[in-house]
Design a protein around this ligand. Structure first.
Ligand code: IVH
Length: 676
């Protein structure tokens, strides 16, 4: 065979092998025999060994890259990766449906239902039909490049079936089957390795490690569910068309889907699926319900982290019983003592549960929970399991009461009872008024540790995990979060078990993270009640750290979405001497806080609008949001200073006033043109 014949043969072999793989992995056709497949692959490998010029890094036979990576590279998503709002009941779903109808001015909406697979979300980019990059969600804006690991998943096409678009970004879920998890856990048990709690953790764990060879062994699968960016290719008008197109391009899309023209049909789908859910090959934690029409999706838009046009219907929590073996007490970032119940491991809602938070000591009293008790635990989807009931009838008399520790379990300092204070961890919502016990030592090492962990995660310093942070602290390398930024390679390399290379990686990463967006910086500070989203609101509104530091309580309170609790704690935070000293130290140590973009300026900046009458394409609320998002203002009454009055059907007296005052009147069509 000469070179040009070899080239042709290689192409043919690749195509045939890809076809067999697709039939086997996506279409689940059993009639593909391994022997044929192996034999073709062998011939292909022999040929590419002989003619290395035809080796193609992105070809099917190179799914497994061979070399482990040093670290994952961060990538910015062109289109933000959103989350979904959960609904837990038919009533909630009906409220959502009413809201969708109100916001779109429609009486009927076509919905689309599909299974919500429980795995790791991934975003895949294809250029000219070739898979070029795959990334994790990360914080929704920035994820990690896990291309090499994703390439090991056979149901991810490396080349799309023609005709394909020039550019395509696909979102989907990487999952592990329940059967694979069982096998993996059996193996891990034998070799004494930790077991995975559920298919989601196992899938995520497999893709978030650096060795593609390991990922390849995990037998993962991928289901596509959305197209978020496309250039060239088919014109798409509905979500269901996207699914169809994804299939045509060679992706695996779950078969369980249906269009529903009423809420009753949506419920019928969720009920039907509930019956097969347990037997389903993959973990499913609910049903995703979407408004099918893409124009309407646009109209509804996104609020916070989640689109308004989609909802995740979560199956009701599942309950199970187990025995409490022990109650341990942890110390959180704010110093609050949090009791943790330790159980005999038991399976609830698809996850092995061996512990559950009891929230606070008060809860133990309310439940009258004792060590040795048989309890009912509840778990809904990915929500942390909780103890909901004690089965007192199961007591033997040997149960032991749980004592409130009189001293902090970490530092031995006095513990203080506080009533009525709400507390908030960096990512949870405020707890209702309750009794809580706090460690009174402001320098409690546990508080510091939790704070450090939170701080580095807000700064995205991935190299510094909890264990390393603790070592650095124990060894005296750092006393607070600001010290992290002046660590040198030599400091770290001196510690036993730290090589030059890992010291270098750590220092390099810290250096690269010194410049931080204002929103992340505010979040990192751990201001009471200021979670990630609130931090973003503050940043967008004030623009600079200086402005926030100077703002008074009223000014903070005036921001949309921000209430008195946040404005008070934020204001107080920047009046505290220790905090100011810490901020100064961060600055001295080279931390640079980036200016946030001010609320968007757009093509409507400087213009003001008054809306009157009914718009046929969107509700007033949506119209208002669109104007604001383009930098314009919306006013309630007509005066000479307004730029435009937008008049829908049946306009009121505002139209006559506008005509009298000579304010320009726009029809709905003219208004839409202005927006687009
Ligand atoms: S739609 C707007 N469809 O659920 C972002 N998500 O809770 C949601 N998920 O991060 C995209 N199956 O990882 C969508 N059929 C499906 C899904 C699905 C699983 C995951 C996805 C997302 C999470 C949100």
């Amino acid at each position: 065979m000469n070179k040009s014949e070899a080239k042709k043969r290689i192409q043919k072999l690749r195509r045939e092998i890809a076809k067999l793989r697709y039939e086997y992995h996506v279409e689940n056709k059993a009639d593909v025999t391994d022997d044929v497949y192996d034999s073709l692959t062998r011939e292909l490998n022999d040929l590419t060994a002989k003619y290395p010029e035809f080796v193609d890094r992105n070809a099917g036979e190179n799914r497994v890259a061979g070399k482990p990576l040093d670290k994952f590279v961060k990538v910015r998503h062109k289109v933000r990766m959103l989350s979904l709002n959960d609904v837990f009941s038919e009533e909630d779903l009906s409220l959502w449906d009413q809201r969708v109808k109100k916001l779109t001015n429609r009486k009927e909406i076509e919905y689309f239902c599909e299974a919500k697979l429980d795995g790791l979300a991934a975003s895949l980019i294809y250029i000219n039909g070739k898979f070029v990059r795959g990334a994790t969600r990360g914080d929704g804006f920035i994820g990690e490049d896990i291309t090499e690991n994703l390439k090991t998943i056979h149901s991810i096409p490396l080349s799309l079936k023609p005709p394909y678009p020039v550019y395509l970004e696909v979102r989907g879920e990487a999952v592990m089957s329940k059967a694979t998890l069982l096998k993996l856990n059996k193996q891990n048990q034998k070799t004494g390795q930790p077991l995975f709690a559920n298919t989601r953790n196992a899938a995520a764990g497999s893709l978030r490690q650096l060795d593609p060879n390991l990922a390849a062994k995990r037998n993962l699968d991928f289901f596509a569910y959305d197209i978020v960016d496309i250039n060239g290719g088919k014109k798409l008008e509905t979500h269901s068309e996207k699914h169809q197109y994804l299939r045509e391009l060679g992706f695996q899309v779950d078969q369980n889907e249906a269009k529903s023209s009423s809420l009753a049909e949506v419920m019928a789908f969720t009920n039907k699926f509930k019956k097969i859910r347990d037997k389903f090959q993959y973990g499913i934690d609910g049903i995703v319900v979407s408004v099918d029409n893409l124009d309407l999706q646009q109209t509804l838009g996104v609020v916070g982290k989640a689109p308004r046009y989609m909802a995740a219907f979560k199956y009701p929590a599942e309950r199970a019983t187990t025995v409490v073996k022990d109650v341990r007490v942890n110390v959180g970032r704010t110093g609050v003592l949090t009791p943790l119940a330790i159980f005999e491991p038991t399976l609830v809602a698809g996850s092995m549960v061996s512990k559950a938070t009891l929230h606070n000591m008060d809860q133990i009293e309310r439940l009258d929970l004792r060590i040795g008790d048989t309890v009912v635990i509840e778990k809904a989807g990915d929500v942390i399991p909780k103890v909901v009931q004690v089965l007192a009838g199961m007591r033997t008399g040997r149960e032991r009461k749980v004592k409130v520790p009189s001293a902090c379990p970490e530092c031995g300092s006095r513990v203080e009872k506080r009533i009525g204070g709400t507390f908030r961890d960096h990512n949870s919502s405020p707890a209702p008024l309750s009794v809580a016990y706090y460690c009174t030592n402001p320098k409690c090492p546990a508080k510091d540790e939790r704070y450090l962990e939170h701080f580095v995660s807000a700064f995205d310093i991935y190299e510094l995990g909890p264990k390393i942070l603790r070592r650095f602290k124990d060894e005296g390398l750092i006393t607070d979060a600001a010290d992290i930024f002046v660590l040198s390679k030599e400091d770290i390399a001196l510690l036993p078990r730290f090589g030059e290379k890992s010291a270098e990686n750590i220092v390099a990463e810290i250096k690269s993270k010194k410049k931080v967006p204002l929103s992340k910086f505010l979040w990192a500070l751990g201001i009471l009640h200021v979670g990630e989203e609130t931090a973003r609101d503050l940043a967008e509104n004030f623009g600079t750290l200086d402005m926030i530091m100077k703002a008074n309580q009223e000014e903070i309170n005036a921001i949309e979405n921000i209430g008195p609790a946040v404005s008070e704690s934020t204001y107080e935070f920047f009046r505290n001497k220790d905090n100011l000293r810490f901020l100064e130290k961060l600055k001295q140590n080279g931390v640079i806080v980036d200016k946030a973009e001010k609320r968007k300026a757009g093509k409507l900046t400087g213009m003001s609008f008054v809306l009157t009458g009914t718009l046929s394409g969107m509700s007033r609320e949506i119209a208002k949001e669109k104007i604001l998002s383009l930098g314009g203002k919306v006013a309630g009454s007509v005066s000479k200073t307004r730029s435009y009055v937008v008049a829908g059907a049946d306009p009121g007296s505002k139209l006559t006033t506008a005509q009298k005052l000579g304010v320009r009147v726009l029809s709905e069509d003219e208004f839409l043109k202005m927006l687009s």
